[in-house]
Design a protein around this ligand. Structure first.
Ligand code: HEC
Length: 154
């Protein structure tokens, strides 16, 4: 066997070996009472954008595509989900202090405005997560208004 073949064989063995190390899935059995949609009266069109474009990384329930079982995809995804949930978890939203809720609502509007979220690698694989101008305006507007109404009450 020449050198190139040996390297390829070694890579193949590593690729197969890492398939056996799978991170735990982010799958909750029930929707918590602290879920965003239970804490606020969220219009259907707003909720469906959040569900399609954000909940995979920002809730306790990820909709896993088929390739999520292939390494190293599963690790990359698990990392996005962990970091995403640490910063913003729609399933836990009701447990945040109102100050934190206001700051997250404004943060969501800003991330959409700056086109930072959903992250681009995700948009490549998820057509539903590529938001139209109307969808962006809808989310920004609703998030800002909700943040303002909380600010008035607190
Ligand atoms: C593929 C995973 C993924 C998707 C889908 C996604 N996010 Fe994120 N999001 C992340 C990660 C990872 C971070 C943390 C980034 C960092 O630490 O720099 C983050 C950070 C954020 C933050 C910053 C929170 C803070 O307080 O710092 C906001 C707001 C946010 N995302 C909103 C959204 C919204 C709204 C959507 C849907 C339109 C969305 N994200 C879709 C992964 C994702």
């Amino acid at each position: 066997m020449n050198r190139t073949k040996k390297i390829l064989l070694a890579l193949l063995i590593v690729f197969i070996a890492i398939q056996f190390i799978q991170p735990a899935h982010n799958k909750a059995v029930q929707v918590l009472p602290t879920d965003f949609a239970k804490v606020f009266v969220v219009p259907n069109n707003v909720q469906s954008v959040l569900q399609n474009a954000c909940y995979d990384c920002h809730s306790n329930n990820t909709n896993y595509p088929w390739y999520s079982n292939i390494q190293p995809m599963a690790w990359i995804m698990a990392r996005h989900i962990k970091n995403g949930k640490d910063k913003l978890n729609f399933s836990d939203f009701g447990s945040y202090t109102s100050r934190r809720q206001i700051s997250k609502l404004k943060g969501i509007a800003n991330q959409i405005k700056d086109d930072e979220m959903p992250i681009s690698s995700y948009k490549m694989m998820h057509k539903n997560a590529r938001l139209s101008k109307e969808q962006k305006d809808l989310i920004m507007d609703w998030m800002s208004r909700t943040a303002d109404s909380l600010s008035v009450n607190n």
